[in-house]
Design a protein around this ligand. Structure first.
Ligand code: SF4
Length: 448
């Protein structure tokens, strides 16, 4: 069991040459998913045929049994490069593909995403794309898969949009962009974005979710008009926010997690109220009404909470922002004891100290979690087996480890998740904590 109040951050062994089942795809996958999440956008893959198809199960299906939308998977135009193109180049094939796509596939924005092969053979993708700029809104993203993972691809998509599409605009007061929630990698991305948008609307702030807004192109183009960029992750989206600051003088704030439950959601709203100089009385009225409902509804789960998992030792295996939100809600509002937290999204080294601080400071729990940055699924299994826990909030990969080896309950809350359908489900905001308890109690099965 966990030691009391001891800060436990273990030195990890160096990654081996081969990593077993990392919890993300390549950069092409991340950019591809970001394009699909931007409504009315048509991705055009300049890659081998398998690159796009592998994302079917590699990204969207593993994000809560999701499909990819009308221009995803087998509907995605692809240059399907083969050996001939590796020898003679693929530019002509790409040119023909863009031309026919513009003729046959309706969209507001076309995004050419190039993978490993064009990067290796040196195709001049920017030059080919430039030929079509007069015909339609079109951008390119050079995402050689070997350059990074899906989180990197999300950043590269935003980078391409900022460089190639955005123009300066008048700033609109009380308008914000939501960054840092990575489509599909953060499996509750759709619900999280909508909850934060709706919450901000209640206090008079207009939020641009970018992803899943009705017009993706309009949402992208309006990015520079925001008064503030909100990054809802300690690291994903920070690079884009910095670039927007450099290019359009848009300030940004980093919120380390999508807030889960009343305490963190109230803290979030008060922070926004201060930052955007909102009417404080009005914000407090919203907070009071939302808290009242959330806590009044908590009373309906009092018996099951105290019977099923009183002061449960928990293990969390998830991407960083999800892990921070769940650790804080479990510790600060449910009385859970966070035994171990394993972060699977491979955040850059420069952010790790701060991430550990978010996970270990200001917790009401008597136990401070042991924090690991680990991408190897075998190593994650070994780490979990070093602990005794009652609840595992993790991915589907931990389902049988939890039930067979740890004799613990498990709920899938992180990528990859393929044992539950997640469309609009989320744990964000005032009602998010209730939703989490509903899912945990469902696994518990009740006292009878
Ligand atoms: S790593 Fe390269 S070859 Fe593999 S799917 Fe990604 S872009 Fe394609």
């Amino acid at each position: 069991m966990g030691t009391v109040s001891a800060l436990r951050v273990k030195e990890e062994p160096k990654y081996p040459g081969i990593v077993e089942a990392p919890r993300y795809s390549c950069a092409l996958g991340g950019a591809y998913m970001a394009a699909l999440a931007t409504f009315n956008t048509v991705p055009i893959l300049h890659s081998g045929a398998g690159c796009g198809m592998s994302q079917n199960f590699g990204q969207n299906f593993a994000a809560g049994l999701n499909d990819a939308g009308p221009t995803g998977n087998t509907s995605t135009p692809c240059s399907c490069l083969v050996e001939e193109h590796a020898v003679f180049g693929g530019e002509d094939k790409l040119r023909a593909l863009i031309r026919t796509t513009l003729e046959l596939v309706q969209g507001e924005l076309y995004v050419v995403i190039s993978g490993c092969v064009p990067a290796l053979i040196g195709d001049d993708v920017p030059a080919v794309v430039k030929e079509f700029r007069k015909d339609a809104p079109i951008v390119f993203v050079n995402t050689a898969g070997f350059l990074g993972n899906s989180y990197k691809g999300y950043e590269q998509f935003l980078d391409a949009v900022i460089d190639q599409l955005l123009e300066p605009q008048p700033v609109v007061a009380k308008r914000v962009n939501l960054l840092g929630i990575v489509p599909y990698q953060h499996i509750f991305w759709k619900g999280n974005l909508q909850v934060i948008k709706d919450l901000l609307a209640k206090v008079g702030v207009s939020a641009n979710m970018i992803f899943t807004e009705n017009s993706g192109l309009e949402a992208l183009k309006s990015i520079p008009s925001a008064e503030l960029n909100l990054v809802l992750s300690p690291w994903s989206g920070v690079a884009a926010a910095k670039k927007l600051e450099e290019k359009f003088a848009s300030p940004y704030e980093v919120i380390p997690t999508v807030p889960v439950g009343p305490k963190d959601t109230t803290a979030f709203l008060r922070f926004i109220a201060d930052r955007l100089d909102l009417d404080r009385d009005e914000v407090e009225r919203v907070i009071a009404a939302e808290e009242h409902r959330a806590y009044r509804f908590s009373e309906y789960m009092a018996a099951i909470t105290s019977m099923a998992l009183p002061n449960a030792y928990t293990a969390i295996v998830a991407d960083t922002s999800t892990a921070i939100g769940l650790t804080r809600y479990g510790s600060n509002e449910l009385g859970w004891l966070p035994e171990i937290v394993i972060l699977t999204d491979d955040p850059p080294e420069e952010y790790r100290g701060e991430i550990v601080r978010f996970l270990t400071e200001n917790l009401a729990s008597a136990v401070t979690p042991e924090v690991h940055f680990e991408i190897d699924s075998h190593r994650i299994r070994q780490l979990l087996n070093e602990h005794t826990v009652q609840l595992v909030l993790a991915s589907s990969l931990e389902k049988h480890i939890a039930t067979s080896e740890l004799q613990a309950m498990q709920v899938s809350v992180a990528f990859p998740t393929y044992d539950r359908l997640i469309v609009d489900r989320n744990y964000a905001g005032y009602r998010g904590g209730l939703a989490l308890m509903e899912d945990v109690a469902y696994k518990y099965g009740g006292p009878l």
